[in-house]
Design a protein around this ligand. Structure first.
Ligand code: AMP
Ligand code: MG
Length: 490
């Protein structure tokens, strides 16, 4: 393969994943596209990674994002993995993505650089290996919004259009997303090794994950058990954060659950407006398996699959291994509940812990559900004492609840202003509202007008700023006859 030296861009690539046993990946040739154009570049992220924005915008720079040429040090590959998709176990792999390598920043951080939509690979099955512009921009918007909300996530560095059409239900403009991730090692990577690999391969990927994401525990007596426990902890913390902002992932398959604890794969995800645990947006999730309220138990289920795949590493005696795995898994609920309670207390300005906190919170949530209150705006209204803005206002239940809440606030030693600050820092002024995202995508995809999208990104970049300009972005969509639906965009 031809390697072009692109020295001034700042790419500094290593390929530790490619040093895993060969069964974990397939080396790829590039699938160049006809006329790549930069649609959007994340200049803040690029700069923080030590990349040169001007050089990235140049023809050579864009050619890298398009998969038309590789920077020095890149070793393009597609990763092999497996996954339970809606409960069914399948052999998978990067069917439309390639890993260029790992960029090492000037600060020494290591990030996977993955091109999503880069063409067919040996794992493409029936697919064309390509992606459409709309869904790639959507991933860009939502992942950056998640990052700004303080939620661990893969990032989006750039989207390029390919100049080629892809065929779905209609013809759509093709695009490639450059995704930045702590790594792309997932629960499904372990399942793949456990199902089709040797014991050595399973050990290799576990050691790899330890080295890359959990170096502090790699010298533990039973480092694989520690790995399992730490992944469970990080996932509990992650899912709690999702629930606290009303994020619905939509495809919590085990191949879409990272070992690093980052949110990954923004397909049919969306934020909940009206509070309802049964909320589902994805058109393919007909049973509501991945509904808002199911996300914590589904995460627990996925982690049980992770634990199963690790059994041979946990203990040489199988019964002992099962016991260790079960103990680790049974911690998930308590970890999640504790993380979530900490977060929801903060959303209500509560410091310390009182026995009745849980029922105080549950009462609020059930009122929100009953009166179809907007999740984000209810907490925002409580933060600023603008109760008349909530659907709960004027009900007897709310008055009673409000009294209890005020009494609870009154019993803590922290001042009212400290408590209000905690609420401001915990309740976003804006989330990527579905109707706002749709308008931004339409302008970009249909008219090539990126100004709506750029403005939306600006507003979403500081969700806890509570500036006057953000107010218009918190309005709800007009009532429609049909519920909002999202699509995988595959
Ligand atoms: P996802 O639901 O995006 O996590 O994708 C599930 C699996 O389908 C992964 O192995 C993807 O690489 C593969 N896939 C999705 N879209 C395509 C496509 N257009 N062509 C080939 N493979 C695809
Ligand atoms: Mg995926």
């Amino acid at each position: 393969m031809m390697t072009n030296k692109i020295t001034d861009t700042g790419w500094n690539l290593d390929n530790s994943y490619a040093r895993l046993p060969q069964s974990f990946f397939t080396n790829l040739n590039l699938n160049p596209v006809s006329s790549p154009k930069l649609a959007i570049l994340n200049e803040t992220l690029a700069t923080s990674m030590g990349l040169d924005v001007q050089a990235l915008r140049s023809e050579d720079g864009v050619a890298v994002f398009a998969g038309n040429r590789v920077p020095e040090g890149a070793l393009p590959l597609a990763q092999a993995y497996a996954g339970h998709q809606f409960g069914h176990f399948n052999r998978l792999g990067d069917g439309r993505a390639l890993l260029l390598g790992e960029h090492i920043t000037p600060r020494g951080e290591r990030f996977d650089i993955q091109l999503k939509g880069s063409g067919r690979t040996p794992y493409s099955r029936g697919g064309d290996g390509r992606a459409a512009l709309g869904p790639m921009l959507r991933e860009y918007i939502i992942s950056e919004a998640m990052h700004a909300l303080g939620i661990p996530t893969t990032r989006s560095l750039a989207v390029v259009t390919t100049g080629e059409s892809i065929v779905r239900e209609t013809e759509l403009p093709g695009a490639i997303l450059s995704r930045v991730a702590a790594s792309h090692v997932r629960v499904g990577t372990f399942q793949y090794a456990a199902q089709w690999g040797t014991g050595e391969e399973l050990r290799a990927v576990a050691d790899y994950a330890l080295e890359r994401h959990y170096p502090d525990i790699k010298a533990d007596e039973n480092r694989y058990l520690s790995l399992l426990q730490e992944v469970i902890k990080r996932q509990a913390a992650l899912i709690a954060k999702w629930q606290l902002v009303g994020f619905i992932h939509g495809v919590m398959n085990t191949d879409n659950m990272t070992i690093s604890g980052e949110t990954i794969d923004y397909g049919p995800c969306a934020f909940m407006d009206t509070y309802d645990p049964a909320t589902v947006f994805s058109s393919i999730d007909r049973q509501g398996r991945y509904a808002y309220g199911n996300q914590p138990p589904i995460a627990g289920w996925n982690l049980a699959r992770f634990a199963e795949s690790m059994l041979p590493l946990l203990h040489e005696d199988q019964d002992q291994a099962v016991k260790l795995a079960q103990d680790a898994i049974s911690d998930f609920n308590a970890l999640y509940q504790s993380d979530w309670l900490t977060g929801i207390r903060a959303k209500l300005g509560l410091f310390g812990e009182e026995a009745q906190d849980e029922s105080l919170v549950e009462d609020l949530l059930s009122m929100m559900q009953k009166y179809r209150a907007d999740y984000t705006n209810t907490f925002r209204a409580l933060t600023f004492g603008r109760h008349e803005e909530t659907a709960l206002f004027g009900t007897v239940e709310f008055s009673q609840w409000h009294e209890q809440w005020q009494a609870r606030l009154g019993r803590q030693k922290e001042s009212e202003s400290t408590s209000k600050q905690l609420m401001r820092d915990s309740n976003p002024a804006v989330i990527p509202r579905n109707h706002r995202v749709e308008v931004a995508l339409e302008a970009a995809v249909e008219e090539g007008d990126y100004s709506v999208l750029e403005r939306l990104l600006d507003v979403l970049a500081n969700p806890y700023a509570h500036t006057p300009e953000q107010a218009e972005y918190s309005t709800l969509p007009a009532e429609t006859a049909l519920p909002y639906r999202t699509f995988c965009g595959t």
